[in-house]
Design a protein around this ligand. Sequence first.
Ligand SMILES: Nc1ncnc2c1ncn2[C@@H]1O[C@H](COP(=O)(O)OP(=O)(O)OP(=O)(O)O)[C@@H](O)[C@H]1O
Ligand SMILES: [Mg+2]
Length: 253
Amino acid sequence: MNHPILTAEGVDKTYPSREGDVSALRDISLTITEGEFVSLVGPSGCGKTTLLRILGGLLQADRGGVHIDGQILTEPRRDIGFIFQDPTLMPWRSVLKNVTLPLEVQGRNGHEHRKRAMELLGLVGLLGFENLHPHELSGGMQQRVAIARALVHEPAILLMDEPFGSLDAITRNQMNLELLRIWNATRKTILMVTHTIQEAIFLADRVLIMSPRPGHIQATLEVDLPRPRDNEIYYNEDFAKLYHLVRDSIAAA
Ligand SMILES: Nc1ncnc2c1ncn2[C@@H]1O[C@H](COP(=O)(O)OP(=O)(O)OP(=O)(O)O)[C@@H](O)[C@H]1O
Ligand SMILES: [Mg+2]
């Protein structure tokens, strides 16, 4: 089970700008094993989105490399799913047609895929909403459509960039429970960026803490809390200890 599926070695990234070069990432190395749920936290502007884009093959590193299952990553791959902070749904397409979009782009159409999309809409609790349009859904429901869409082409790895950042605390908590349920059912490898320490701990097997820019991995924390997890875990003494460790580690960075 401890098979490394996603690795980065010595990744550097600098952006050129009119004000001079901006060094975003410095010497990032990490290994994520198959089926693992990893959270990534760090101050705003430390390079989290940049790192996620590099890990997803959407952006090239200046130095160092990323390997998926031992293969060097040079471009986006079908087996990596991306969920952005904003659900970025197509407003003129129905919920169902939004979910099947990645398959259409890949030239895969047909009954089988519609069935798969409907299964996923069931998994994210949106059966009965498939013919509505995005503007007829709440923010949380739209984000769940984005999750179903990211899963439809069966990616082995899911990269999530603050997917619940725009949701209120209660919806966000529901989405966390939902995400754990989906992860349990699918056992994808997930790397998720979040600004919320509680969320990072609640979801993950491991929390990676990034330093301010140029971002590097400042600390790694194992979350050895039992699963399955529910809201009771917030009252757990070990949860409180982990919370303080992550907070102190961010402060020290
Ligand atoms: N396309 C770009 N061109 C130039 N500079 C960029 C670009 N994208 C990001 N940067 C710079 O790189 C640094 C890291 O940005 P990035 O978006 O990766 O941070 P982040 O950790 O995701 O921040 P946040 O938590 O606010 O989303 C920032 O200083 C930003 O200004
Ligand atoms: Mg970001």
